[in-house]
Design a protein around this ligand. Sequence first.
Ligand code: FAD
Length: 288
Amino acid sequence: MPLPAVSFEVFPPKTVDAAFRLWDTAQALAPLAPRFFSVTYGAGGTTRDLTHDAAHVLHRTSKLPVSAHLTCVGASVAETMEQAEKFHAAGVTDIVALRGDPQDGTDRFIPHPDGFKNSVELIEALALLDKFTIRVGAYPDCHPDAASQHANIQYLKRKFDAGADEAITQFFFEPESFLRFRDQCAAAGITRPIVPGILPITNWASARKFALCCGTKIPAWMEDAYAKAERDNRTELLSTALCAEMCSTLMDEGVDALHFYTLNRPDLTRNVCRALGVTPQSSLANVA
Ligand code: FAD
């Protein structure tokens, strides 16, 4: 079976310690020759400059394509587009264009008075620039703000119609979630690539909490499996096996690209990649 193309999401560091962790992550994962690294944009638009700097350094040191995330939160249209231009000047060729999550303390997205009202407006504006490959979020287990799965998929279609090139999904715990979603998207006339977002679980409590916030369904068997694994101190083994198995099922079903949420902890992602046959091609040449 052909090897999958891989890509890796990291977040920008806020401390020196975190900066070293990001560097370790890049060093561990760049040799796997990913399609790209993506760098998140803090919830509430809080890491604008850090995202820029991390994307710039990652691109300069790895020579790999870097995708910067950009959200509509907390900024006017002019400020958001200025940020996109800064990304471009820093060598960023790809953007993950998102509505974004609200600032802490609120549970509903409220647009900036002079800002983009939703992700579709942002995607349209970026597409007009004609400078970036545009990726967008997709939600196999349905986004909590969507009225129904039908509305969820129709909205994704609008994002593609607005100029998106590819979608990356929110993480999910069972391959059927993705495969069903892929079929539903195809039936709705979506023809562009939808890449599964894969979360290798380093910490079950936080993965569970995050899943509850973003609408990812938690199968009952996982609760039991992680309770036992934590008791027996073998969480990492369980996560590696489950994640590799899920990726392998997806590949059996024709999935040819996987996007890993690394959380700047490269070991588990690297082990899963190794289990799938994705092994180092080169070493990171330049040090920041
Ligand atoms: P959208 O797809 O625009 O909206 C989500 C759903 O809400 C849609 O499915 C639709 O059904 C409904 N909806 C929204 N607006 C409308 C409307 N006007 N009319 C009708 N229905 C509507 N968050 C960050 O803050 N920073 C990041 O770096 C970040 N990276 C991410 C990367 C990926 C791959 C993914 C999947 C998510 C990421 N997120 C990030 C989280 C994301 O910001 C949240 O999921 C957010 O709630 C939705 O953003 P979106 O652009 O995907 O939403």
